[in-house]
Design a binder for this molecule. Structure first.
Ligand code: C2E
Ligand code: MG
Ligand code: MG
Length: 731
């Protein structure tokens, strides 16, 4: 190396050092350049400035860079024990000191000389050679500025490395999070084209990055959401920069799953959207688990019916709703009779089978309309919500359901090839809002159920003693009614009907029940029950037969042969398919003149089924039978229908007649009815005429027939006939 080259050498070294920003290449490149210019074949750098003070002859320090010697290069990064004098002695390079080199742990014995270049306060560079290269230059001295420069570069590179390493660590962490995340992550560009996905995305959707790169995430759409759903989703992203919620998507294999998706837009400094990041997790399983947990905690595992807990919640709700709506509700507690005996004798398996069957029957009885729950054991509850606002109507409604359940559970069972006949005891309690506490309601249901057991099982009982009494009385009445026909407790009373001149023109036959203990019972008290129980058919037939027999008898009497007898027909009776033929048969058997028989129908029953009514009336009309429309004005008669009916007479209801003399409204109504019936060509009769004033008013309006206490109350046959014989009959 010549003197004139010093400056270019230093320049080159300075450029080399300044060109590096990272420690490792800085050290290696500097070493390479130094070896090149000094003609040393090998060298190394130790940066941890050795403490040269102490007396020990060995220093252990790390080799940070090495060039030119394979063994040394291999030691980079390792701690090596150096002879102290090699790193700390005077910088002169003397061949005699080769002994120091011999002390190097790696056997570089062929190095006989070295050059030490200290880097100000931050380490040392040692160049090695078998023989000291020839030079006249004071290398150590000459390279000092370079070393100073290197010292600064070291500091910069070190801090730069620290910064870069930090960034790398951060990036690695993010990459790690991205790759190992349990949630799927999808990154798109500003046009929502997929750029990157993570392994979890692939696991959830089945798509690999190659299959999905560049595509729009809408390829995952399941079709379960409408256009508006997506429009709203994008509207939110544009407005708030994010959206999250549940969404149904479709995997590559076609399966649809529920995911929790959150989408965030990523913006650059100017606020322009550059990316969208979607994070999604499959929550189908979670939903399933939730449902399972719900199923376990709210349903009975044997019957799949809601359990006690569920019932209590719903009952609470129902009471809250009832408190506002004022509607009644009811709880039916069903307990299976003799269930324990069945289990004890046939085994619990059979018991379970019965419970399952009962659960199914109960469910089909209420047909999803009401809640059926299993309380445990052999106890079931049916909760009836939103019944009538009227207490007794609500009782009737719950009774209907209870009867249905009672009869369904009374049907024979087949349990493992064995036939079984089971019966239930049913307790009913009504509730209305929070009048009673939840506990009370259930307690009362229990009490009612025990009443049913006490009554001999297989029975229905209401908690309310008054309701229970009314129901029992009705049940008694029904039993007695069934026997009344056979025991000949029925009779007919006759109420006279008169014309303008107060001459008798006919009578209305009115049914009476001569009860052995209670005396005469009015039809108003038992006709509705007869209709409900179907007893109206035989009783109605009896009335017809008795009335027709009477007509036949009257046909032979001078005073009676012209009389027309009106017979009341109830809706159920009239709707019987064979009603017409029954009337025909009765007429034939009794030989009564059909034209003397007048059937009274009511407005409501006529309107129930107009076509059927008309055809039946027409058939009977053809036989000669007449018709009167009873209780006219109390229903919703439509003139249009009225015109089509083959009626002979209209009976103004007594409720209008009662007040005609005092209430101008009723007076107008009656006036109108009479005018109208005349226009339609019917004749008209007023019932419930009690006073002369009413009689007069009706006559003035054009009414020519009357019935009422003014002329006579309904009376037994004997009395009625006496009435006819009076010279100024009937008064
Ligand atoms: P309805 O056909 O309107 O009969 C008239 C009712 O008014 C009778 O009551 C009669 O006693 C009563 N009445 C008659 N004149 C007066 C009066 O001046 N003042 C007052 N306050 N009442 C009067 P009843 O006998 O208790 O019968 C009640 C209802 O029972 C009848 O009303 C009819 O709908 C039904 N009914 C009676 N007998 C039979 C029957 O054999 N078959 C059917 N299906 N229903 C019957
Ligand atoms: Mg009548
Ligand atoms: Mg009437």
């Amino acid at each position: 190396m010549q003197h004139e080259y010093i400056l270019p050498i230093l320049y080159d070294l300075a450029v080399t050092i300044g060109g590096e920003i990272s420690l490792k290449p800085l050290l290696t490149r500097t070493l390479q350049r130094l070896l090149y210019y000094t003609s040393f074949p090998a060298g190394f750098i130790c940066l941890d400035a050795p403490h040269c003070e102490g007396s020990s002859d060995k220093i252990i320090t790390r080799i940070d860079a090495a060039v030119g010697d394979y063994d040394l290069v291999n030691l980079v990064g390792e701690q090596v024990a150096f002879p102290q004098a090699l790193l700390c002695g005077p910088a002169e390079c003397k061949t005699e000191e080769a002994v120091l080199l011999a002390g190097l742990t790696s056997a570089h014995t062929h190095y006989k000389s070295y050059l030490r270049l200290p880097i100000e306060g931050c380490g040392v560079i040692v160049l090695l050679a078998p023989n000291l290269p020839e030079t006249t230059l004071p290398l150590t001295y000459m390279l000092q500025p370079v070393m100073a420069h290197l010292a600064k570069a070291l500091l910069l590179c070190r801090s730069n490395d620290a910064y870069t390493n930090g960034l790398i660590a951060e990036r690695n962490l993010l990459a790690e999070a991205f790759d190992s995340s349990y949630s799927g992550v999808v990154l798109t560009d500003a046009d929502a084209n997929i750029i990157e996905i993570n392994p979890a995305f692939t696991r959830i959707t089945g798509y690999s990055i190659d299959e999905i790169r560049g595509k729009n995430p809408r390829l995952l759409a399941s079709g379960r959401h409408d256009r508006n759903f997506y429009l709203e989703l994008w509207r939110e992203i544009v407005a708030d920069g994010r959206w999250q919620g549940e969404i149904w998507n479709r995997c590559k294999n076609g399966e649809v799953y529920l995911e929790w998706l959150s989408i965030n837009s990523v913006k650059d400094k100017t606020g322009r959207v550059v990316n969208y990041v979607g994070i999604l997790s499959d929550i189908s399983k979670q939903k399933n688990d939730e449902e399972k947990i719900h199923q376990l905690s709210f349903y009975d595992s044997l019957t799949d019916l809601p359990n006690r807990r569920y019932l209590l919640e719903r009952l609470q709700q129902a009471m809250a709703i009832g408190a506002r709506s004022k509607q009644y509700g009811a709880v039916l507690l069903v307990d299976l009779d003799n269930f324990k005996t069945l289990c004890d004798t046939k085994g619990h398996d059979i018991g379970d089978k019965l419970l399952i069957e009962v659960a199914q029957r109960l469910a089909s009885c209420v047909n999803n309309e009401y809640l059926v729950a299993r309380l445990g054991g052999d106890e079931f509850v049916i909760m009836l919500e939103t019944l009538s606002l009227d207490a007794s109507e609500a009782v009737a409604q719950s009774e209907v359901v209870a009867e249905k359940i009672h009869s369904a559970l009374n049907q024979p069972y087949r349990l493992n090839e064995h036939g079984y006949h089971g019966t239930p005891s049913i307790g009913i309690v009504q509730f209305c809002g929070h009048q009673d506490s939840l506990d009370d309601v259930l307690k009362h249901a229990d009490t009612a159920m025990y009443q049913a057991k006490k009554a001999g099982r297989n029975a229905i009982r209401f908690y309310d003693p008054a309701i229970q009494a009314a129901i029992e009385a009705r049940a008694d009445l029904e039993t007695e009614l069934r026997l009344a026909l056979d025991n000949q407790q029925f009779c007919l009373h006759y109420q006279i009907q008169v014309n303008d001149l107060s001459r008798p023109v006919g009578a209305e036959a009115l049914l009476r029940w001569a009860h052995p203990e209670r005396g005469l019972i009015s039809p108003a008290q038992f006709i509705p029950l007869c209709e409900e129980t179907g007893l109206i058919a035989p009783i109605g037939l009896w009335v017809l037969q008795t009335a027709c027999a009477q007509l036949r008898a009257w046909q032979d009497g001078v005073l009676t042969r012209e009389l027309v007898l009106a017979v009341n027909v109830s809706a159920k009776q009239f709707r019987q398919a064979d009603f017409v033929s029954r009337v025909r048969q009765v007429l034939q058997e009794s030989a009564a003149k059909p034209s003397r028989l007048k059937l009274e129908l009511t407005e409501s029953m006529v309107l129930e089924n107009v076509e059927d009514t008309i055809s039946k009336m027409q058939e009977l009309k053809n036989l000669g039978v007449g018709f009167a429309m009873d209780d006219f004005g109390t229903g919703y008669s439509s003139l249009q229908y009225l015109k089509r009916l083959p009626l002979d007479q209209i009976k103004i209801d007594q409720s209008f007649v009662r007040d005609i003399a005092t209430d101008p409204n009723d007076a107008v109504i009656v006036h109108t009815i009479i005018a109208m019936t005349q226009t339609l060509g019917f004749n008209v009769i007023a019932e419930g005429v009690e006073t002369e004033a009413q009689h007069r008013f009706l006559s003035q309006c054009g009414c020519h027939a009357f019935q009422g206490y003014l002329f006579s109350k309904p009376v037994p046959l004997g009395q009625f006939e006496t009435l006819l014989h009076k010279p100024d009959a009937p008064r």
